[in-house]
Design a binder for this molecule. Sequence first.
Ligand code: MEV
Length: 310
Amino acid sequence: MACSIAPGKVILFGEHFVVKGKPAIGAAVNVYAKACAGPGRGVVESRQLGLLLDLDSGRVLDKGLLRVYQELSSRIGLTKDFHVIIDSEIPMAAGMGSSAAVAVSTAHALAALKGLDPDKKLIWEVSFEAEKVYHVKPSGIDNTLSTYGGVLYYQGGEFKRVEVKWPDDIYLLIVDSGVKRSTGQVVEDVLRRYEKYHRVMSGIYDAAGALVEEALKALERGDFARLGELMDINHGLLVSLGVSTPLLDSLIWAVREAGALGAKICGAGRGGVIIAIVDEAKLPKVLDKISQQGRKPMVARIDSEGVRRS
Ligand code: MEV
C-alpha cells in the first residue's frame, strides 16, 4: 500500500487575473487530501463521495481521475490493477484546490505503487492534464501549489518560491461560506465579461498585475499591514469581475469590522471560502464575529513541502 498526501491551497492575490497571464501569489496550506493505492481492479473511491472510477465497468464519475490514470499509463506503464482510496479534509468546490490536491495525491500514490520515487515534475504534468478536464483554461496554480508547497509567485506557468517569514502572531483565517460552485463555470463567466468589456477590463487586469507586484514586496518585507490593505484592494477588483456575492461580502465585512488586516474571496468566488489575515491582538474579536455568523473558521499554516508519502 502506498499513501500520499497533497496540500490544499489559498490564493493570496491574483486569482482569475492569472488565467489571462497576470501574476498571482498562492500558498499551500496544512489541509490535505490523502490517497492510498494498493492492488485491485482499477477502482478509485472517495471516503466522502463514494465511487469515482471503475475501469472494468467503465463507470467514470470523475473524468479528471480517469485522465490521471491515462497519463500514468502512457508515461510510466501503469496497469489497471490498482485500488485507490481517497480521504480529503479539503472543502470541495470551495476555492481551496481540492480537485487539484486529489489529482496530485492520487498520481503520487499510484506512481509510488508502481515502485517509483515519484518525480515532482511528472506529478505536476499529470495533475495539470487532470485540471484541464475540470476546466477549459486552468492557470495551473492549484496543482503547482499542491505539488511543490510553499508560497509561490506564479506567472504564465513559471513559478518562483517566495521566502516569507510568516510571524507567529499573524494568522491566516479561512472561512467557508458553505456555497459550492464550479470553478470552470465561474472562470468561463469571467472570461465572457473580459471579452465583452475588453477596454475596461484590460485596465482592471493591469491593476491586478501591479497589485501582485506590490504584494510580493510586502510579503518579502514582512509588512502584513500593507499586505492586508492590498488584500482589500484585490477583493475590490474581484468584485468588478462579478465573482462576489452578498454572503461573501458580508463575511468579508464582518472580519474587517472586527479588526482583520485585510480580507478577500479566495479562488473562483461565487461561493467557497474567504481568507483574511489577522493580528493576534484582534483574533478573539474576529473569531467571535465569525462564530456569531454560525461559521467555524480554519486557522491555517503554510505547508512548505507539497505532495509526499505519508
Ligand atoms: C482557482 O483556484 C483559481 C482561478 O484563478 C482559476 C485558475 O487559476 O485556474 C479562478
